[in-house]
Design a protein around this ligand. Structure first.
Ligand SMILES: O=P(O)(O)OC[C@H]1C[C@H](OP(=O)(O)OP(=O)(O)O)[C@H](O)[C@@H]1O
Length: 275
């Protein structure tokens, strides 16, 4: 049945929010709501204004026959900063400190609402990069990769820690996870990634960067490209020149770890620096 204008606005908003980074033609909207394209355009202008004022995201309009509108999730830095500060306070709980300067984060990775917020921040940080797939390494990176992939409307590829018979023919590389100074193996099924794919790497924690660098080396084996790197928390203990990898976005930074006093300081990451 034909909706009245106010109901149509509500329905269109819900439709757009549930289809991030998806181009929807004006014709499709006009047919769906049995309305003139001019009315749909007016509705979209209202939704666009509210989305941008409220920090929900942007509505990009593509003109022309194959045109339409695309909802691009974006966070307002001031709102995101407030959320990250709360997460930093949570991460500073002394009993989160683990040997090797790690933080226990598995509980946070199990909170869907927080993963959604972090996913939206990563999706906002990388909204304008041309990305084909999100990659992470098992295990703790998985919820972050999926949350980010939802808001970027992209598939997720999960790198295994060692070869699994259930993955078929695979490419394996060795790497040193700086934290453990151990040679480790990561492996990805040959069929999982097409050549020339533009890949966004997401992980939960970066210390020496060996794990991320391992994924970069793996992508090289697939002749795929690194479109970006996002880490939830970076360890500030590593001086940047020691770090294997420099071009990344972090949401939080572990700046101080005192094993004796068990004092931890976690601050907003470089996502917030270029305010
Ligand atoms: O920067 P690096 O020095 O390489 O360290 C960061 C790695 C190590 C740790 O993974 P693990 O806890 O080893 O593995 P899992 O994610 O399966 O818990 C973390 O999740 C990152 O992937």
């Amino acid at each position: 049945k034909k909706l009245k204008r106010s109901a149509r606005l509500v329905e269109m908003t819900q439709y757009l929010l549930s289809r991030p980074h998806t181009l929807i033609s004006l014709t499709a909207f006009a047919e769906r709501y049995q309305s003139a394209k001019s009315s749909i355009s007016e509705d979209l202008a209202i939704i666009k204004e509210v989305f941008e004022d409220e920090g929900v995201g942007e509505l990009h309009t593509l003109a022309g026959a194959a045109g339409g509108v695309r909802f691009v999730p974006k966070v307002r830095k001031d709102i995101a900063l407030g959320k990250i500060v709360d997460i930093c306070r949570e991460l500073e709980q002394p009993d989160r400190l683990l040997p090797g300067g790690y933080l226990y984060m598995t509980d946070l990775l199990g909170v869907p609402g927080m993963m959604q917020e972090v996913g939206r921040m990563f999706a906002s940080a990388f909204a304008n990069r041309n990305i084909d797939v999100i990659m992470t390494v098992e295990t703790k990176g998985i919820p972050l990769a999926h949350a980010t992939a939802h808001y970027l409307n992209l598939p997720v590829v999960i790198v295994r820690r060692d070869h699994k018979v259930t993955e078929g023919s695979a490419v394996s590389i060795n790497y040193v996870s700086g934290s453990t100074k151990r040679i480790q193996t990561m492996s990805l099924a040959r069929r999982a990634l097409k050549e020339e794919s533009r890949v966004l790497i997401i992980d939960d924690f970066m210390k020496a960067g060996g794990t991320i660098q391992g994924m970069v080396d793996l992508l090289h084996e697939f002749r795929a490209l690194v479109a970006g790197v996002g880490v939830f928390v970076e360890s500030g203990e590593i001086e940047s020149d020691e770090r294997l990898l420099h071009d990344y976005v972090s949401l939080a930074r572990l700046t101080e770890v005192d094993l004796k006093s068990r004092h931890i300081t976690v601050q907003p990451g470089n996502f917030f620096h270029n305010q």
